[in-house]
Design a protein around this ligand. Structure first.
Ligand code: ADP
Length: 392
């Protein structure tokens, strides 16, 4: 009976899943999919290896509208397709490991309780991640449930890149610059270690530009600093999140506009960033296709902040040998990549415009002292690799 790892990434309104055959050195992708619009009219899309057609299912109206119902639908599909295979282990993306958790761990009741205490650190993500754990534990009581933390890749930052300029007691309570997107950076770093050892040994800036966006500075494959901080709000502007903001703005919104924590969270997480600036969309494709000046201004704000943060990371690293673009925007938008690189000539990046337009793997010119790469990320395989190590 072939053993499989199931990977789960449970967000507020979606559950992404991956199915991998394990046993060989590298997990083998068998299927990937997502249940979207949980809480509304949930639908599932899935694709199986070697099949061109997508499987689509609408969850029945009378199904529960929660993560458990979403997982039941995924399980029903996998049950039909697994044949004599079985789920030996389940890997979960957990947004926050706090100060104490970095390496992947088995989700025992004690660990789950510790992660639940971190909910105030990531109130919009952690509860959904843990709901996925609960649902999967019920569904697969015999399979180890493994936590893979989005903060893990950054846990060895020096104090100066881990602290805020607040009284020390807050640092001790866990108010630190954790950084996120760690599974994506882990994937990119291991790809560099395999394919570009010289770059991996050097000073790299990796730009994960998707709906969520952040950048990480690495030396010798280790994270030195990241644009995201205590929460996934800091650093770059994103699809709907504000990015770096003067804390005085928040004080003003509280005192003068009467906003409470819930109103601020909604503003900063859901109504800001590319969507808020453009008033059109959080989707980069729509902004690039729009003639509205607000769309162009939103893209200009996004790319300007990326360039500023590259400069900050270059200062942290003491220079730059390579820049990697990844994530939905980084992998697909030649326009954004060109706007970022055009303003970075001072780092000695020389962009190959044709290669950039084509979306080649290397988009810097051969005579560019700094290499610029476009690498597709794969967070699911990072979870599957970690989970496979725990399979009985
Ligand atoms: P998430 O953070 O939700 O995983 P993704 O990494 O899938 O997001 O990135 C989504 C973003 O990528 C959206 O803004 C989308 O418009 C953008 N994107 C995807 N394809 C293209 C493209 N061909 N050109 C420009 N932007 C693109």
């Amino acid at each position: 009976m072939r053993a499989h790892a199931l990977t789960l990434n449970a967000g507020s309104s979606s559950v992404k899943f991956g199915l991998f055959a394990i046993g060989a050195a590298e997990p083998e992708p068998r299927a990937a999919g997502v249940v979207e619009q949980i809480g509304g009219a949930p639908q599932m899309r899935a694709r199986f290896a070697g099949e061109s057609d997508e499987v689509r299912r609408v969850l029945p109206q009378d199904a529960g509208r929660d993560h458990r119902a979403a997982l039941d639908t995924v399980l029903a599909l996998l049950g039909e397709r697994l044949g004599d295979g079985h789920i030996a282990v389940v890997g979960h993306r957990i947004v926050h490991g706090g100060p104490d958790h970095a390496e992947p761990v088995v989700l025992t009741p004690a660990i789950i309780a510790a992660l639940a205490r971190l909910v105030p650190f990531a109130p919009l993500h952690q509860p959904h991640n843990l709901a996925g754990v609960e649902a999967a534990t019920t569904a697969f009581p015999g399979a180890p449930q493994i936590a893979c933390f989005d903060t893990a890749f950054h846990r060895r930052h020096a104090f100066v890149h881990d602290a805020f300029g607040l009284p020390r007691a807050f640092y001790d309570k866990g108010l630190r610059r954790y950084g996120f997107h760690g599974l994506s950076y882990d994937f990119i770093q291991s790809a560099l270690a395999r394919d570009e050892p010289a770059l991996n040994a050097g000073r790299m800036v990796v730009a994960h530009l998707g709906n969520g966006a952040s950048m990480c500075g690495m030396v010798g494959g280790e994270s030195v600093s990241s644009t995201m901080g205590f929460s996934p709000l800091d650093g770059l502007p994103m699809g709907t999140r504000c990015g770096q903001i003067d804390p005085g703005v928040l004080l003003y919104l509280m005192t003068e506009e009467g906003m409470d924590a819930a109103a601020l969270a909604d503003l900063l997480y859901n109504r800001s960033g590319l969507l808020g600036l453009s008033g059109i969309s959080n989707d980069m494709r729509r902004l690039e296709a729009s003639d509205a000046p607000e769309a162009a201004e939103a893209i200009a704000y996004f790319t300007t902040r990326i360039r500023r943060e590259v400069a900050a990371l270059v200062a942290d690293l003491g220079g730059i040998d390579g820049l990697v673009f990844t994530g939905g925007i980084g992998e697909n938008s030649a326009h954004v990549r060109a706007m970022v690189c055009e303003g970075l000539g001072w780092t000695r990046i020389i962009l190959d415009e044709e290669a950039n337009r084509r979306g080649d793997r290397t988009i810097s010119r051969e005579d560019s002292p700094v290499r610029v790469l476009v690498l597709p990320t794969d967070e699911e395989i990072v979870i599957a690799r970690a989970a496979a190590r725990f399979a009985p």
